[in-house]
Design a protein around this ligand. Structure first.
Ligand SMILES: [Zn+2]
Length: 275
């Protein structure tokens, strides 16, 4: 609760310079099998209680979603939300223009919920020797458990749909579909996917897949997907905190604070923020 109130208070403070963009920070969340850095960029207020995770690419041959995550770097997330943007979860796959990681594993079959073994490296859907056998899936697993995103969107290509009833809140999927113009469709459940694992593991969290069209995303489509993502972020944003009037006795003590030392002065505003 305190976090929510603080976020609201901070969000209402005007920016120091009009030209200043939203706060951004980059964090390395892990390394690929070949040692490439996997980074996440945070956009918005780090104290915002609701996190939205966006993964631009997990299959190295399906990279159109990176245009959306890159554009979102300049977005202003709704009050009380912070975006975590991963352009490339599978940088080795991108370098090789291949679906799988460098060890031939389809990362979106390497998660533990419904994981099914079999096949060999570089088969299209090779799930790896064990759940979370790959450094890339472990990196996003650990990040997910740390930041507990309320929503996660995973970009793929090229089925042109938003997955329906993936296990989270179907209304959020439907909202994204409506705003993006993509159909909202049910797919047969697949073994070991990131979305199944997230929806099963994090209570109250929603993860779904956006299958973009083939090829590159136009500037117009990129803006539209940015808008769809931000409308989902608005839908999960915490309600605005109602600021209560300060009881007159407290007001009096705050007014007297300078003569009574720093203790009262520093505790009084905190009690207001908690309201
Ligand atoms: Zn894919």
């Amino acid at each position: 609760m305190l976090g929510t109130a603080l976020a609201v208070v901070l969000a209402s403070v005007p920016a120091a310079a009009p030209a200043a963009g939203p706060a951004q920070r980059t964090e390395e969340i892990g390394r690929s099998a070949q040692g490439r850095a996997i980074t996440a960029m945070r956009v918005g207020n780090p104290r915002a209680p609701r996190k939205v995770l966006v993964v631009g690419e997990i299959h190295g041959s399906e990279i159109a979603g990176r245009a959306v995550t890159r554009r979102l770097r300049r977005a202003r997330p709704p009050r009380g939300t912070e975006l975590w943007l991963i352009d490339d979860l599978n940088p080795d796959g991108v370098a090789a223009r291949r679906r799988q990681n460098a060890r031939g594993v389809d990362l979106n079959r390497n998660f533990s919920v419904g994981w099914r073994g079999g096949g060999r490296a570089f088969d299209t859907y090779y799930p790896g020797p064990a759940p979370f056998s790959e450094p890339e899936s472990r990196a996003v697993r650990d990040l997910t458990l740390r930041i507990r995103p309320r929503v996660t969107v995973w970009y793929h290509q090229q089925l042109r749909l938003v997955t329906k009833r993936t296990g989270g809140d179907a209304r959020l999927e439907a909202l994204y579909a409506r705003r993006s113009g993509l159909p909202h469709r049910r797919l047969d459940p697949l073994p070991g996917t990131a979305t199944s694992w997230q929806n099963r593991t994090l209570r109250g969290s929603t993860a779904f897949v956006v299958e973009l069209p083939g090829g590159r995303l136009s500037a117009r489509s990129t803006r539209r997907h940015e808008g769809a993502l931000l409308s989902v972020a608005r839908a999960i944003a915490p309600p605005p905190t109602v600021r209560r009037r300060i009881p007159s006795a407290t007001t009096a003590s705050v007014r007297r604070a300078p003569t009574r030392g720093a203790t009262t002065a520093s505790t009084a505003p905190r009690s207001i923020a908690r309201a």
